[in-house]
Structures are given as structure tokens and as C-alpha cells.
Write a protein that binds this ligand. Structure first.
Ligand code: MF3
Ligand code: CO
Length: 261
């Protein structure tokens, strides 16, 4: 979601979830994870982004769930599919995927009153070493962030961990878009930047459910929104990758609700 600045400092509307709500959110996120797994298998040279979108909608409805993004703020499709220099919110079309592309699949589902949200970036056929490294580092950044998502830590611990992994590898984290709380709404407080300072920010509490979603660029962190008013691309045209999990903070630490296996 778009970075709205320092909003969270001035309010404390973070909705804590009960264990039984977390189980419902596990169900929503399980649907998301299963669909991303299925889509991943369909990604190959020759497939169009529109075909992947149609497939995602068919699968989610078969589960008795609703595609979370379709109609959200007027978004036209079920899946966000962002290729190469597209960062997030790529709109499915008749674009054909080629070997060497990297493609980010971001999918959300609404099921029994709760949202699930996750994203992966996958290679199309063989990709360059640098593209493969970008994908790997972005996923590791996500897991570094998740590891910090425990009660008593601060929001900045998550942000700083992601940023450290990414920048140590020579890549950059997107600033204009952030992760978010998730629950009965797709976007809840707090906003979760992928850059920040350890020890800063709100205290993390048991019952928080967070969608952590690093967007990582090969070159500059600067991005721009294209003419369709949705698709975000890197300013320098270099590659971008995106991974996202929805996680619950439990008394035993982070619980990845959108785990893929
Ligand atoms: N994971 C993205 C986000 O949380 C997907 C939103 S797409 C939208 O911002 F269409 F729903 F906006
Ligand atoms: Co999200």
C-alpha cells in the first residue's frame, strides 16, 4: 500500500486479534498461498499475465472466497502481476511472459470475514544471475523482517532487518510503498516500512497480524506510477522484486499464516 507518512505515530487503532480470529485468518491466507503455488507452476514463457489473472479468480471462487483486490479502490483485476521493472500493482493484460523475465504475483483473498494477502517473485525460464540474486535477497529480507516480529520488539526492528539484508547486498528498498496490518480490512494499521531504525516505532504485541512486504530494486529506490494510475515502476528501468507474507505475532513468536507449504 502507499506510504502515508507518519500516520501511525498519531493514532493507535491497531486491531489485536484473538487466537480464534488468527485461525480464521490462517484459512484466508491458506487459500492465498495455495493459489500462488498453483500460479507459480503456470508461469512459463508464452503465458499471458491475463491468463494468470483469470486462473487466480477461478481458483479463489472455487474455494468459496472472494478476490480481495478486485474493485478495491477501483483496481480492475484479481491478481497484481508486475514484470521486470514493474514494482507492484501491475495490471494483467495480453502481455506475454518471456524467458528471462522476473514476475511478481501479489494475491489477496477475502474469506469468512477476514483477508489474506501474500506475494512472490518467480523467474520465467532461465534468468540472469543478478535477477536470481535480486529474488533471493528480497525473500531473505522478508524472512529477516519476520524473525523480528515478536512481542516486545519494535516496528523499527522489522524495518531495519529488511533494509540491512537488502542494502548489504547492494540493492535498495522502495520507500513509497509499505506493508500493513491486515484483518477484517485489507489495509489496517500500522504501516510497515521496509526501511527504518532498530528500537524505534510502536511496540509489537501478541495478536497483531501484519502483512510484511519488501519491494526491492536492483538500482535506485525511486519509483513512479505509470499512466494507468496503478502500475508502479522503477525510475531507472532496472529490475524490482516483491515478496509478502501475512504473519501473526503469537506468544511463541511470528506465525506465518500464508506459508506456502
Ligand atoms: N499487497 C498489495 C497491498 O497490500 C496489494 C494491493 S492491490 C490493490 O498494497 F489493488 F488492492 F490495491
Ligand atoms: Co499487502
Amino acid at each position: 500500500m502507499r506510504n502515508g507518512g507518519n500516520d501511525t505515530i498519531f493514532s493507535s487503532m491497531i486491531v489485536l486479534k484473538l487466537p480464534e480470529e488468527i485461525e480464521k485468518m490462517r484459512a484466508s491466507n491458506h487459500i492465498v498461498a495455495e493459489i500462488l503455488n498453483r500460479l507459480k507452476e503456470k508461469v512459463r514463457p508464452g503465458v499471458t499475465t491475463g491468463e494468470l489473472d483469470m486462473c487466480s479468480e477461478e481458483l479463489v471462487r472455487k474455494k468459496g472466497a472472494v478476490p480481495a483486490f478486485k474493485g478495491y479502490m477501483g483496481y480492475p483485476n484479481s491478481l497484481c502481476i508486475s514484470v521486470n521493472s514493474e514494482v507492484v500493482h501491475g495490471i494483467p493484460s495480453n502481455r506475454v511472459l518471456d524467458a528471462g523475465d522476473i514476475v511478481s504475483l501479489d494475491f489477496g483473498a477475502y474469506y469468512k470475514g477476514y483477508y489474506g494477502d501474500a506475494a512472490i517473485t518467480v523467474p520465467v525460464g532461465d534468468v540472469s544471475k543478478e535477477a536470481a540474486r535480486l529474488i533471493r535477497v528480497t525473500e531473505r529480507g522478508l524472512y529477516d523482517g519476520i524473525r523480528e516480529a515478536r512481542a516486545g520488539n519494535r516496528l523499527g526492528d522489522i524495518s531495519a532487518a529488511v533494509q540491512m539484508r537488502v542494502e548489504t547486498a547492494g540493492f535498495s528498498v522502495v520507500r513509497d510503498f509499505v506493508g500493513h496490518g491486515i484483518g477484517k480490512k485489507l489495509h489496517e494499521e500500522p504501516q510497515i516500512p521496509n526501511y527504518g531504525i532498530k528500537g524505534r516505532g510502536i511496540e509489537l504485541k501478541t495478536g497483531m497480524v501484519l502483512a510484511i512486504e519488501p519491494m526491492v530494486n536492483e538500482g535506485t529506490y525511486r519509483v513512479k506510477v505509470t499512466d494507468n494510475c496503478w502500475t508502479v515502476v522503477t525510475e531507472d528501468g532496472k529490475l524490482s522484486a516483491h515478496f509478502e507474507h501475512s504473519i501473526a505475532i503469537t506468544k511463541d513468536g511470528p506465525d506465518i499464516l500464508s506459508r506456502m507449504n
